[in-house]
Design a binder for this molecule. Sequence first.
Ligand code: F6R
Length: 246
Amino acid sequence: MPQIALHSSAQEAAQVVARHISDLIRTRSAMGKHLVLGLATGSTPLPLYAELVRLHREEGLSFKKVITFNLDEYEGLDGSQPQSYRYYMNEHLFNRIDIPLPQTHIPDGKSANLEQTCAAYEAAIQQAGGLDLQILGIGSTGHIGFNEPPSARDSRTRRVHLDAKTRQDNAIFFKQPGDVPHGAITMGVATILEAREIALLALGPNKAAIIKRALTEKPHALCPATWLQEHPACTFHLDAASSSLV
Ligand code: F6R
C-alpha cells in the first residue's frame, strides 16, 4: 500500500519532494551516476518545479547529472506550442536550471510513426537504467500519466484517447475547450510501476474523491491509480483537504 505523507500546504509538499530529489541527485552524483527522474505536468507540480529552480539558484543544486522522462504529451502538439508539455517543461523547469536539454525526454506528439516512437521511448528509459523516481499527479478519472480508464496493469507507452472529463479538466490551459487534443502519448501503467520509487502529489479539495478511490478500491483498470497499491515504494503526498475522505 502507498505510504501517506501529510503536509500542511502545497508549498510544504513541494519543499519535501524537492529536498528528496536534491538528496537523490547528490547521492547518485557522489557515486558518479546519473539520477533518472520521471516527471509530470499539470497544475500540481508547479510549486515543486519552482522549488527545484530555487534550490538550483540559491543552493547550487546542479542537474547536469540528471536524465528526465516525462509521462506524456498531447498528440499533434510540438514544443513551439504553449499548450504542449515540452513547452511547459522548458518554461517551468529545464530553461531555468543547468540540465542539458538532450538529457530531457518527452514523447513526440507529432511523430509520424507513433508505434515506433512509443517503443523507442520505452527503450530509452531502459537504456538510461530505468526510472529512479517517478513524480505523478492524479486526474479526476483516476488517470496517472494519461492512462485513462480502462488501463491495464501491463500497459506500456502508447497512444491513448483522452477521456471527455480529462479534456474538460484541462480546457483551462487552452483558448477554447474544443482546442484540447483528443489523443496523447503516455507511459503505460507497467512503465510507471517499474520506477524504483514513486511520489504522487495530490493537493486541495478537488482531489479528495479520487484519492479515496485510489486508496480504497481494489486495484482495477477502471481506476488506473489503484494499480499504485501494488508498488513497494510509493508515497502519496497529500494535505488535509485531499486526504479528508480516507
Ligand atoms: C500530467 C499528467 C496527468 C496530471 C493529472 C493531474 O503530465 O500526467 O496525469 O498529473 O491530470 O493534473 P493537475 O495537476 O493539473 O490536476
